[in-house]
Design a protein. Structure first.
Length: 220
């Protein structure tokens, strides 16, 4: 099995998840954003296809909590999601130039390690007829079919992230191969809105998100 280095960008918690304003006030949203990131990274670290997780963040609290889980924290995040991902990719490949790298959203609180392993195995393209063994990039669209939750680059290829908005179309136009797996809903379900959170809860979220949501409900 090919093993991956996963790069997860985490913005400063005070600026995170503004679209959850319909569900949580500005005092609660940072706690939810941190819980999402912790459950996402914990699930990634538990995935047998993941060698290491590099979290790109300059938020002190997020950095401490994620490092305690076993993630490598990469400081000095430049402004912008894609610039932060490229920064994390450089940090990974400075240590191992031939590492296969995956970029993963930080807001996948229902993430299942076994489903992430299926997606990464597909991205590895090992034994897949018609695909070159080195160089290709692959991506997984989000549940809405508009954005992207995961982008991968095999050895010899740059990640070239184009996340944000209609990134599914941009990644496809860039030559990345779309992963068309079924049964990997937890890897597709990022959380930006209250409705996204309700669907993630129906899938089953990690313990930190469950505790944060329970606290939110108790406060109502």
């Amino acid at each position: 099995m090919r093993v991956w280095d996963v790069v997860v960008p985490v913005k400063r918690l005070g600026a995170a998840k503004s679209r959850l304003a319909d569900t949580a006030d500005e005092a609660v949203r940072p706690r939810l954003a941190l819980a999402f990131a912790l459950d996402t990274v914990a699930a990634a670290l538990a995935c047998p296809a993941v060698r290491a997780v590099a979290v790109v963040t300059d938020d002190p609290l997020a950095g401490r909590e994620l490092a305690a889980l076993g993630a490598r924290v990469v400081p000095g995040a430049p402004s912008g999601l894609n610039a932060a991902l490229a920064h994390g990719e450089r940090a990974v490949r400075e240590e191992d130039p031939w590492a296969p790298v995956a970029a993963l959203n930080a807001d996948l609180p229902a993430l299942r390690p076994d489903e992430l392993a299926l997606v990464l195995a597909d991205a590895a393209q090992e034994g897949v007829p018609g695909h070159a063994p080195d160089g290709p990039r692959s991506f997984l669209a989000d549940a809405a079919g508009v954005g992207t939750t995961l982008l991968t680059a095999l050895p010899g290829a740059a990640l070239a992230p184009a996340f944000g908005g209609a990134s599914r179309a941009r990644h496809r136009a860039s030559g990345a191969r779309e992963i068309a797996l079924l049964g990997v809903d937890s890897v597709r379900r990022d959380v930006d809105t209250g409705e996204d959170l309700r669907v993630a809860l129906s899938l089953g979220v990690g313990p930190r998100t469950a505790a944060a949501v329970a606290g939110l409900l108790m406060a109502e």
